[in-house]
Design a binder for this molecule. Structure first.
Ligand SMILES: C[S@@+](CC[C@H](N)C(=O)[O-])C[C@H]1O[C@@H](n2cnc3c(N)ncnc32)[C@H](O)[C@@H]1O
Length: 216
C-alpha cells in the first residue's frame, strides 16, 4: 500500500540529484562572487566538457592524475570513473569553500587547499614528484605572464615522459591578450599541442591537450 508518507519519500528521492546540483551551483557561484578573477566563471563546466577531458586519463596501471582548480568537481567525477582502482586523483584548489565542498562530495579525491603555483611543493607533501596527467581549468588567460610561465614550468617538471597536460579556456578568451600569449607559451613548451572545442557548454570550451615537454 502506498501511504502519503511513502509518496513523499520517493518524491524527495527523485529531487535529490536536483537539490545536489543546485547546491553545487550555489557553492560555485558564491566562490565566483567572492573571488571573480580566481574562479573566472559563473557556473561549473558541462558534462560534455568532462567527458572529453577524461579521455586523457590512463585506464590501466596505477596512474597519478592532478586536477588544478577542480572547483565543485564538475570534471572530477568523469575522471574518477575512468581511472583504474589503484590510481591516485589529486585536486589542488585555492578556494577554501570549494575545498570543503570537494572533501564532502568527492571524498575519493585527495584534495589539497593550495595554489597551482606551488604544485611541486604540494605534491612533495604527498611524496610525489612525477604524475601521469595534469588537467587544469584555472583561468589561464587571466594570469600574469610570469605566473603562467611559473605554473607551466612546474607542470613540465612533474609530468612523466609519457604524460599529458590539458588546459581548458573559454573559446572567446583565445582572442584576448592573455589567451594569445598562453597559446604561444604552450607552443614553445610542448612538442605536441592539440586543440579541441566542446560546443555543448556556455561559452564553448577550448581544450589544449599537450604532450612531450621541450627542453629549455
Ligand atoms: C573556471 S573554474 C573551473 C572549475 C571546475 N574545474 C569546472 O570545470 O567547472 C576555475 C577554478 O580554479 C580555481 N583556481 C584559480 N586559480 C587557482 C590556483 N592558482 N590554484 C588552484 N586553484 C585555482 C578556482 O578557485 C576555480 O575553482
Amino acid at each position: 500500500m502506498t501511504t502519503f508518507r511513502n509518496r513523499r519519500t520517493s518524491l524527495s528521492g527523485r529531487w535529490l540529484p536536483v537539490a545536489a546540483k543546485l547546491g553545487e551551483y550555489r557553492t560555485f557561484f558564491g566562490a565566483a562572487v567572492r573571488n571573480p578573477t580566481a574562479v573566472g566563471a559563473a557556473t561549473p563546466t558541462s558534462e560534455a566538457v568532462a567527458a572529453t577531458v577524461a579521455q586523457v586519463v590512463p585506464t590501466t596501471g596505477s596512474p597519478v592524475v592532478v586536477e588544478l582548480g577542480p572547483g565543485t568537481g564538475s570534471l572530477s567525477g568523469a575522471i574518477h570513473n575512468r581511472l583504474p582502482p589503484h590510481a591516485r586523483h589529486i585536486g589542488i584548489e585555492i578556494g577554501a569553500d570549494l575545498v570543503r565542498h570537494l572533501q564532502q562530495h568527492q571524498p575519493w579525491m585527495e584534495t589539497l587547499h593550495g595554489d597551482a603555483g606551488n604544485l611541486r611543493a604540494l605534491l612533495a607533501t604527498l611524496h610525489l614528484d612525477k604524475v601521469d596527467a595534469v588537467v587544469s581549468s584555472i583561468p589561464w588567460s587571466l594570469l600574469t605572464e610570469e605566473t603562467r610561465q611559473d605554473v607551466l614550468r612546474q607542470v613540465t617538471d612533474v609530468l612523466a615522459p609519457h604524460g599529458a597536460f590539458t588546459a581548458l579556456t573559454y573559446l572567446p578568451a583565445r582572442h584576448s591578450e592573455g589567451g594569445r600569449h598562453f597559446q604561444r607559451q604552450l607552443a614553445t613548451t610542448f612538442d605536441e599541442v592539440i586543440t579541441h572545442t566542446t560546443w555543448r557548454n556556455f561559452p564553448p570550451i577550448l581544450h589544449y591537450i599537450c604532450r612531450r615537454p621541450l627542453e629549455e
